[in-house]
Ligand binder design. Structure first.
Ligand SMILES: NC(=O)c1ccc[n+]([C@@H]2O[C@H](COP(=O)([O-])OP(=O)(O)OC[C@H]3O[C@@H](n4cnc5c(N)ncnc54)[C@H](OP(=O)(O)O)[C@@H]3O)[C@@H](O)[C@H]2O)c1
Length: 384
């Protein structure tokens, strides 16, 4: 029985993690979980998992209400509460389904406490990939990806991890894949939230439309699989039927195929890869049934080039990329900036940043805060 602490239980990945755990009640039990503002979801989760000992909520002012309502459960709040939850829950596995920079510190905390981390929070690796890999190298904890592309790659590499020509990350193209860059000028948040293939949280849905998500996934692949940037590429797969591929030096491809459903990679992560799965081999991508591929045009999605810069220059650059993106995405959702403003703000912040090499968490946090403040000023300036 694997005991689990689930961070972000009220979100898209969090809810689907609960689905997978409920389907496999003999293998998983929930010891602790966190929600952000959606505290109304607490009761439903507790109905399914009577052994929950600790819960973290975001808003401190609601603590006394919940402590009274559930006297047998320990409640924590805020960012620090997420760390206390990991420490006191005594769960073997931490599933990190938080969105954004807030997920990084809990990932570090979980690894430092030798937990198995099932990581959906890709921002952890974008911002703190060097710190995380440093901990893993010291033998602290274990990291298993949840992101579907990386799970697909892990499955392929588990069959063959030699003679790799390239790891190829698939992209659906997001909500605006049929529009030219010129047509992107006036698109709305409502249109951007209408992803063709996946139902996800708001932030990652916008990241998919801007292709920041693909840039993040390239950085994620670099840290997860130790691959240099010239071994990672991208391809468009419009119906997300192929979840990613590995091309070998002899010209063959290995890939995972199937309908898009995040419960599959979540299950893989919860079982740490120890489940039955199939990969498909082909030497001709045009012969793969039910799907079509197209070249990934970096001139159409120029933000993806930033992944290369972050991988090559490292240090504090990922923190700036991430913070500028987070702040700009929420401004776009609030109708404060246009869609292409997200990219412009990221590019400005990244190009004006003086990289700090080997930053520790506190330095990354300072950079996160100062970049956000800078973005808010930039946005104010654009509106006046
Ligand atoms: N959704 C997908 O299909 C998918 C696929 C691959 C990777 N991912 C990655 O998985 C992560 C989660 O994505 P998602 O789509 O599940 O996001 P989501 O639906 O927005 O859920 C995010 C979760 O984090 C909580 N949260 C947000 N800010 C918080 C804060 N400051 N403090 C504490 N809790 C906070 C939310 O709480 P409340 O909602 O209660 O406020 C919610 O439980 C992201 O890194 C995303 O890129 C997602």
């Amino acid at each position: 029985m694997m005991t689990v602490c689930l961070l972000g239980a009220s979100g898209s990945i969090g809810s689907q993690t609960i689905d997978v755990m409920l389907k496999n009640p003999n293998d998983f039990d929930l010891f602790a979980f966190s929600v952000g503002h959606q505290t109304r979801k607490i009761r439903g989760i507790l109905n399914h998992f009577p052994n929950v000992k600790a819960i973290c909520i975001q808003d401190k002012s609601k603590l006394s209400y919940f402590k009274k309502a559930y006297p047998n459960i320990t409640f924590f709040s805020g960012d620090e509460g997420l760390l206390e939850l990991i420490r006191v829950s005594n769960a073997q596995m931490v599933v990190n389904a938080l969105v954004g920079f807030v997920g990084l510190r809990p990932t570090i905390e979980a690894l430092e406490n030798n937990k198995i981390v099932a990581l959906s929070n890709k921002e952890s690796l974008v911002v703190g990939g060097e710190i995380i890999n440093g901990l893993l190298k010291q033998g602290k904890g274990k990291l298993v990806p949840i992101d579907s592309e990386h799970v697909a790659i892990a499955k392929c590499l588990a069959v063959q991890d030699e003679d790799i020509d390239k790891v190829i990350i698939t992209a659906s193209g997001g909500a605006f894949r049929n529009l030219s860059r010129d047509q992107l000028k006036d698109v709305t948040p409502e249109q951007a939230l209408n992803h063709p293939n996946w139902k996800m949280g708001k932030k990652i849905t916008i990241d998919s439309a801007t292709m920041v998500n693909k840039a993040f996934e390239i950085i994620e692949a670099h840290y997860l699989f130790g691959l240099p940037i010239d071994k990672i590429s991208t391809i468009l797969n419009l119906n997300s039927y192929v979840h990613s591929l590995v091309r070998y030096n002899n010209g063959t491809y290995r890939m995972e195929v199937g309908k898009p459903d995040m419960r599959k990679p979540i299950k893989y992560a919860l079982y740490q890869g120890l489940i039955n799965y199939q990969t498909v081999v082909s030497d001709d991508l045009t012969k793969i049934k039910n799907t079509t591929f197209a070249d990934f045009n970096e001139d159409r999605y120029p933000i993806v080039r930033l992944a290369k810069k972050v991988i090559l220059e490292k240090g504090s650059l990922g923190a700036v990329f991430n913070a500028a993106n987070e702040e700009a995405v929420y401004a776009f959702l609030d109708h404060k900036i246009p869609f292409l403003g997200i990219e412009e703000i990221i590019n400005q912040c990244v190009s004006e940043h003086k990289i700090i090499k080997k930053p520790n968490y506190d330095t990354l946090k300072e950079i996160d805060l100062s970049t956000r403040a800078k973005v808010r000023k930039l946005i104010e300036g654009r509106r006046n």
